[in-house]
Ligand binder design. Structure first.
Ligand SMILES: Nc1ncnc2c1ncn2[C@@H]1O[C@H](COP(=O)(O)OP(=O)(O)OP(=O)(O)O)[C@@H](O)[C@H]1O
Ligand SMILES: [Mg+2]
Length: 307
């Protein structure tokens, strides 16, 4: 979204494992409210890039800024959800969601020696946890344990667990990879719903709440859920030096109630497949990197776009 503040900035980031250079001068700017799909061949460095953004594996060179501040260690500014859920089986869904604020806002000493205040705060955390479970359409599952939930429901709890900490950016590393098609579609629609909330926030002059980078292997999913697709790949003219951003373009915006018309995807999916996944198609890395110019051109033609 052109008018929204920058949520994430990656400056000239490179990463090596020993002598093997995985990432080669990555530069990116993501505005608050964008839902970005990150695609690329297996092993190209998507998870490595996410770890740098998360702060668990600092880059060999370059920097990551979230909300203008450099990321040097994990913090609540960045949340993540992985393919395999990471819930505590001995806690109910709402207690799982309330777990982050509990750790972040209280200490053992506080919980032991200031019990009445802790009890009050605990109530607030549980109330908030229920609100976040409602946001991911799981109000009915508050009191259930993870073993009583389906895979899709668990992923929703994991997303609520990340969102309750109000991260400036939420990273999803193949979050729907282990789910069946119907469940996957429901979760995709949840993301489309988040995007609609972002549009409303922008319209009302608020900073949108959901800024998301989602890694997926499914190109249709990337084009469907995101308003921007970024491709990371070694298939460019400096590929020996590691993966670069070789694709960065807007993609069509779907409303959760819109039919998922596959014809809308065909052209962009082909462009994406060729630019990012075809080892024989070697080009200058920036040939398809035009998100901000594309947005400007579209705005010049039709006026401000909340992309
Ligand atoms: N801790 C590590 N030590 C050495 N090499 C690593 C390490 N982590 C990742 N790599 C290598 O770095 C490259 C990028 O790995 P990464 O996990 O980031 O890829 P990816 O794009 O997420 O792949 P996938 O789509 O399969 O998840 C791979 O060649 C991998 O073998
Ligand atoms: Mg990965």
């Amino acid at each position: 979204m052109a008018a929204n503040p920058t949520a994430l900035e990656i400056r000239d980031l490179s990463h090596w494992f020993g002598d093997f250079r995985v990432l080669n001068h990555i530069n990116l700017r993501i505005a608050a409210g964008q839902i970005v799909a990150l695609v690329g061949p297996s092993g190209c460095g998507k998870s490595t890039l996410l770890k740098a953004i998360l702060g668990t594996q600092p880059p060999s060179e370059g920097s990551v800024l979230v909300d203008g501040q450099e990321i040097l260690a994990p913090s609540r500014r960045v949340g993540i959800v992985f393919q395999h859920y990471s819930l505590f089986d001995f806690l109910t869904a709402e207690a799982n969601v309330a777990f982050g604020p509990k750790l972040d806002e209280t200490s053992v000493a506080f919980r032991t020696f200031q019990f009445p205040q802790w009890r009050k705060l605990r109530k607030q955390h549980m109330q908030e946890a229920r609100e976040f479970l409602e946001r991911v359409k799981l109000a009915e599952a508050c009191g259930k344990y993870p073993t009583e939930l389906s895979g899709g429901m668990r992923q929703r709890v994991a997303i609520a667990q990340a969102l309750i900490l109000k991260p400036k950016i939420l990273l999803l590393d193949e979050p729907f990879g282990a789910l069946d098609e119907a469940t996957r579609e429901r979760l995709q629609m949840m993301l489309l719903g988040f995007y609609q909330e972002n549009l409303l926030a922008t319209k009302e002059g608020r900073t949108p709440e959901y800024t998301i980078v989602i890694v997926t292997h499914e190109l249709n999913e990337a084009i469907y859920v995101a308003n921007r697709v970024i491709g990371l790949s070694r298939f460019h003219d400096d590929g020996d030096q590691g993966a670069m951003v070789v694709y960065d373009r807007p993609c069509p915006i779907f409303h959760p109630d819109d039919p998922k018309d596959l014809a809308d995807f065909v052209e962009q999916r082909e462009e994406l497949r060729r630019a990012v996944f075809d080892p024989s198609y070697i080009k200058h890395h920036s040939k398809y990197v035009s998100f901000w110019q594309d947005l400007e051109a579209a705005e010049a033609a039709v006026g401000p776009i909340e992309s």
